[in-house]
Ligand binder design. Sequence first.
Ligand code: ATP
Length: 387
Amino acid sequence: MSVDKDIMTATAAPAVASGTAQHPGSAGLQLKGITKVLGGRTIVDDLDLTVHRGELVCLLGPSGCGKTTTLRMIAGFLTPDAGSVQIDDQDVTRLRPEKRPTAMVFQNYALWPHMSVFDNVAFGLKLRKLPKAEIVERVQEMLELVNLTHHIRSRPARISGGEQQRVALARALVQRPAVLLLDEPLSNLDAKLRVRVREDIREIQQRLAITTVVVTHDQDEALSISDRVAVMNGGRIEQYSSPIDLYRRPSTKFVGSFVGAMNAFPGTVRHTDGTLVAVLEGRVEVPVDPGDSAPGTSSSTGSEVGVRPEDVTVAENGAGAPGTVSRVIPRGHFTEMVVVLSESGSDQPLTVRAYLDNGDPLSVLQDGAQVRVRFRSVLLYADEVLT
Ligand SMILES: Nc1ncnc2c1ncn2[C@@H]1O[C@H](COP(=O)(O)OP(=O)(O)OP(=O)(O)O)[C@@H](O)[C@H]1O
């Protein structure tokens, strides 16, 4: 798939240190041009990825984009048709899974139901015929780390889903792998537990400083635990950045829409009398409030304008593109509003969001209110056919 990555930001995005700054050491994991064809289709397509030692990276993307296939090639359950996998500078591309310094936590945990928590965690160490005393010591150490010593004799069916998840994590970590792999580790948990367990995973990962790759289709999960996120689409990585960079500076329309909400219109930006203006659909002119404008926006040739809902401001008076409020939706800590721009040739509405800590100006507006619309920041894509 060809993706035009040419994008400019019309107002400043915060300068954010990427994960690389936190992990200046050498690569813990390197994928070089890995490709996998399954059932006659290219599922992973010439993919490069470097994960620094001790870094947690999420592979994020929609269903079917090749995340799990990539993870399975790292673990050795699948062999790439082309390219290489390196762990701590050692080429492991042709090694069998059990010969690789990796450990995987599966989506369904894959615990042995007839074995105790202790035996589940000890299983791999027994296979490796380690001395009994060492096995006991290592298993206890891991169960302490995941806070499960009180369940050491329990069977998996007797403990909660979150606890089963921690047993699976302990079973992987007890192997002391160089790279920890987690495939949708939270998908079997309810929403509240998911937040707690993902924080536990992050804390343990940081405490052990273990190189980790997590597969998820949940952007919230990816943004909250990762040093860097690789957004995948059609077997390729479209962007690989820190969570904040990914949100503030999405490099393609696909990434902008997949990570967070985005209003996208055909259009461009231009400077008129020293003011930056977004021109949507060739006719609606929306002023962009001066920030630290990125260089180059005055001579842009982009054809798609993206605006985050929180970067739209509306007021009953003043300058701005005229619009009509068609819906006000209270959403707890923020209010969402749908606005139809009066001069728009299409019926595409604009979603606006105001947070309570900004004084929530939207909550005083009613359906049908006439408003003036301005933008605080826009993203300009050079190619509208990105996905
Ligand atoms: N053995 C196989 N033979 C043929 N096609 C396969 C095989 N394994 C996976 N695929 C296809 O490869 C594509 C990518 O699968 P993969 O599991 O890597 O996606 P994913 O991004 O992890 O998606 P999900 O989030 O749904 O698990 C899917 O369309 C899947 O049907």
